[in-house]
Ligand binder design. Structure first.
Ligand SMILES: Cc1cc2nc3c(=O)[nH]c(=O)nc-3n(C[C@H](O)[C@H](O)[C@H](O)COP(=O)(O)OP(=O)(O)OC[C@H]3O[C@@H](n4cnc5c(N)ncnc54)[C@H](O)[C@@H]3O)c2cc1C
Length: 611
């Protein structure tokens, strides 16, 4: 390690992850903190990083308050309904009241927005979605961040948060390594905003072997947004609330524009409407929630999963009617070309022309994220004008570690933010972080060289493990003393799939399975001490796996704690198959003790601040 160069960067605000939330945070930090030093560090390159890397065809969260289309209260009701009653309404309202201003900036910055020719308003795809020509969405927001930051570091994977040694429970920055040069980077910062996206590939994906990596959620999103705060003892919420998506089979192409704009619909293998068949059975499980409009996303998944289990598959999207209209046919294809080119390629390779063949749908493997139709993530303070005392501790979007803020997928309890809401939440977190720094006045952060050196040794250990361990191989590639990142990843995915409710188990788990899964995850954690990395890319894979594993432990602990099936269609607790509002109309909050690695869980009250 002595040969590895260490690069120090001292700053006021450090933004980890330059995706939608990170670019929003970087931009807004400069707005409020003209004199502050602002640094953004990104694992890939912010021009094409994160879940929006390929572009999007719709901005899924826009109120349209200027035209009286929707109000923030409406959005809170919508998200609450979709999440079966459980959201942080203070956070959702706060995001919704600001999100339109974010979208207006995107428009000013040159994002091509589609317009309704008759009204001149943004063209609606659905009640909340507006349509864009969004192939260049990400480079556009990246430009705003680049113009705002003192420095953007690309190709650096952040592996650990640093802690201030002069005060208990306060963040002091972060460390990571450059995946091209191998340099060790130390960022000492007064405030840190974690915006590192959600987690794919913690459950075994449907696509394995040659198709591995073909998932709905960005395969490079590895749960750092959760692992970094969990490792320093920050509290997390609703981590059991993983998401399963109904998407076009094999390419995971989006269905939103198809349902909402093209008015396509689904049917089973015999051409029947299967959703109504499962109405009574679903009502038995969740009661009146099935009668809500719109039907919560998880319950629509539930009907799909039940129908397939009952032998009614394959489930098709009926496209052949809509595609007779040349305009809708164009929209249908453009939808993929703007954000999921792979789906068009899959159809071409399988001889599917949706004008003549109704394509198959599937339900995905579960993912963990905080900004889509799900709300796993960190337990954060809300805004002071809205949040009840249990949800407020000084600074908006600050985690339970002082000076540590979150936005986008990082933040739990606030679903349906999507790209625009995540950027908005980054802005909200940044404004609060600037205030936090101003309030610190001259107080310094203390991070010793020893703390940094210890991390340095730990970070590069997989390279050392490989270098030494490969000498023990007498034939083939399997080492007696290290495991490779791909082997560890497959083991993690198998554990999560079989014990924590993945596709292989039809999303089913129970207390006994979860306890065994948690035990196996602990053993995996121990074995990851012996992970080997042959080069810097594999070193990144090793750390991605470590972050995925810590995230998975948290997911499993939460799933064990909540003794009900709140979201059938996302997962099932076989030993508690019914939704139980008497005991579980609450949020779950966990904390992992950084010294012992043990999790403790508690219930947190759920406040309805909107009627
Ligand atoms: C398949 C898919 C389709 C979607 N479709 C739409 C849509 O049509 N409309 C819409 O409005 N929204 C859509 N969304 C939602 C939207 O993309 C997300 O809400 C948004 O990107 C979340 O922002 P974020 O900043 O939290 O995460 P991201 O935008 O994913 O950014 C996270 C960033 O952190 C970086 N990072 C990760 N780990 C580290 C680390 N250890 N160190 C440094 N950097 C790190 C990543 O490289 C990435 O750049 C979609 C999401 C997905 C996954």
């Amino acid at each position: 390690m002595a040969k590895t160069k260490t690069v120090y960067e001292d700053c006021d605000i450090l933004v980890i992850g330059g995706g939608m939330a990170g670019t929003g945070a970087t931009f807004e930090s400069r707005y409020w903190g003209r004199d502050l030093k602002i640094v953004c560090v990104e694992k890939a390159n912010i021009d094409r990083s994160g879940a929006v890397a390929q572009g999007l065809y719709a901005i899924n969260c826009y109120m349209g308050m200027q035209w009286g289309e929707n109000q923030p209260e409406d959005h809170v009701r919508y998200a609450r309904n979709d999440l079966m009653g459980l959201v942080r309404e203070d956070l959702g309202y706060d995001m919704a009241r600001h999100v339109d201003s974010t979208v207006h900036m995107f428009d000013e910055w040159g994002l091509p927005m589609m317009r309704n020719e008759e009204t001149g308003r943004y063209l609606r795809e659905g009640k909340w979605q507006i349509m864009i020509h969004g192939e260049s969405y990400k480079p556009i927001v990246a430009e705003a961040a680049k113009k705002s930051a003192d420095k953007i570091y690309n190709r650096i994977m952040v592996t650990h948060l640093l802690m201030d040694e002069s005060k208990d429970n306060r963040v002091g920055g972060a460390v990571g390594f450059n995946m091209r040069t191998g340099d060790f980077h130390v960022f000492r910062a007064k405030a840190v905003i974690v915006a590192a996206g959600g987690a794919s590939h913690i459950f075994k994906p449907r696509a394995v072997g040659e198709g591995m990596g073909r998932t709905w959620y960005a395969p490079w999103s590895n749960g750092s947004a959760y692992a970094l705060p969990i490792a320093v003892g920050a509290k997390m919420t609703q981590m059991e609330n993983r998401i399963v998506l109904t998407r076009f089979k094999d390419g995971y192409g989006p269905v939103g524009a198809y349902f909402l704009h093209l008015k396509t619909y689904t049917q089973n293998g015999n051409g029947e409407n299967y959703e109504e068949k499962w109405y009574e059975q679903t009502k038995e499980l969740v009661g009146e929630y099935i009668d809500h409009t719109p039907v919560p996303t998880c319950l629509r998944n539930h009907a799909f999963i039940e129908e397939v289990k009952a032998g009614g598959g394959p489930i098709h999207m009926v496209t052949t009617e809509a595609f007779q209209d040349p305009h809708l046919e164009t929209v249908g294809w453009e939808n993929f070309l703007g954000m999921t080119v792979g789906q068009a390629v899959v159809w071409a390779s399988q001889d599917i022309d949706p004008k003549y063949t109704n394509p198959e749908l599937t339900t995905s493997e579960p993912y963990v994220m905080g900004s889509h139709a799900t709300c796993s993530g960190a337990w954060v303070s809300g805004p002071e004008d809205l949040s009840p005392p249990e949800y407020f501790w000084g600074y908006n979007r600050m985690l339970t570690v002082d000076g540590l803020f979150g936005a986008g997928d990082t933040v739990g309890g606030s679903a349906h933010k999507f790209s625009s809401g995540s950027f908005t939440e980054g802005r909200l977190a940044a404004k609060a972080a600037v205030k936090y720094i101003r309030d610190l006045k001259d107080e310094e952060i203390k991070v010793s060289d020893k703390q940094c050196e210890n991390f340095k040794e730990e970070i590069y250990k997989p390279l050392e493990n490989y270098k030494v361990g490969r000498n023990e191989i007498t034939a083939g590639t399997v080492s007696p003393s290290y495991l490779l990142p791909i082997q560890g990843l497959q083991r993690l995915q198998k554990i999560m799939d079989e014990y924590v409710g993945g596709v292989g188990a039809n999303y089913m788990t129970n207390g006994n399975l979860l306890k065994k899964g948690i035990e196996n995850l602990k053993i995996l954690q121990e074995d990851l001490e012996n992970i080997g990395a042959e080069d810097l890319h594999q070193l990144m894979r090793a750390w991605e796996l470590k972050h995925r594993t810590l995230t998975s432990q948290c997911v499993a602990e939460h799933t064990l704690f909540r003794e009900e099936t709140r979201w059938p269609g996302y997962y099932y607790r076989g030993d508690h198959m019914k939704l139980d509002d008497d005991n579980w109309h609450c949020l779950t909050v966990s904390r992992r003790d950084p010294k012992t690695g043990e999790f403790t869980l508690e219930k947190a009250p759920l406040y309805h601040i909107v009627d």
